[in-house]
Design a protein around this ligand. Sequence first.
Ligand SMILES: [Mn+2]
Length: 360
Amino acid sequence: MIRVLHTADLHLSQKEKEYCLSVLKEIVSIAGEEKCTHILICGDLFDRNGEIDPLKDEVKKILGDFGGKILYIPGNHEELGLATGKYPITADLSPLSYPQKGESVKCWTEEIDGVTAEFFGFPFQRNLEDSNIRFKEKKTQYRIALLHGTETELVEYLGPSPEEADSVLDSGPFSEAHFDYLALGHIHSGRSATQGSMIKRYPGSPRVVSSGEFGPRTVTIVSFGKNGTPELREKIVVSAGQYREFSATADLSGKIPELETIRSEFGVTDSVRIRISGIVEDEHTVSAVLKEFEKNCVCRRMEFKTEIKTSAALINNPIAKVFYDKLMERKAAWTGAEPPDWNRVLTIGLEQIEENAGKN
Ligand SMILES: [Mn+2]
């Protein structure tokens, strides 16, 4: 059986070196545990061309622990920072095997325990034209392509990121040439589709690259057995953590009680964004509270989005001022067992007064 670990879009960078190399290590160990015969890395292994040289020794060392073959194609990010037309990989990146300068495609023919497969690796091209691709008759049991770009059936919305709108892949020629599996890279969330008997798959990035990339990060394990149908499975990359978003409300005094619960809901490898809303007397108290919270948090990345209003700004309206003063009087005089949520009452009241200001 041929069994591949399919991944792409690791975006290795010096800035996040420790994190991304830990993800790469886990990928190699998953490939070992899953008894994979190959690892396919379908582009954007490095975040920019300038990251290749400083990181290559460590990358090669980590990949050296894998017992099988590692097939790789450069993506559009390997070209970033490089003059147009230059081939992105000049360094020796063995044990990675990849198309060399001048090769528009690299072909590997593999046989393991009687199962045969041809792998075609296409380095990233902005226009992969049909006329460039001519396949001979299929003589192996499986045909697999490594591609980097936007497959339009899998990616319906092409904006606003200009990156998704360029490099459009046409999978027609691959279907005609009886490919079984298109190992794609470029889109950071995992997805697949079938075209006839051909499976097209983006494994998604195995780590959190940007904000908004929700859900567990995974790699895809594909088994090519004797029966002729590839079998897919996803494996979670634990060290990648997850991107998580929370919302919390600041009270009048600037305290944010929900933060304590939120703290228990993320782990050290997670990227966290917290939205803070509310009406407060002094914005500086909120900043101080958040600073203190961040200092005592262990996570990969912490970001706050604050949408707070100060009560002073709102009570410039005389009606709001009366409302505010009356409410504060009530709050001070409250003796009941269960006080209302004063902050919420104030927020709703001020919002309604603001909304109706100037209306009769
Ligand atoms: Mn890309």
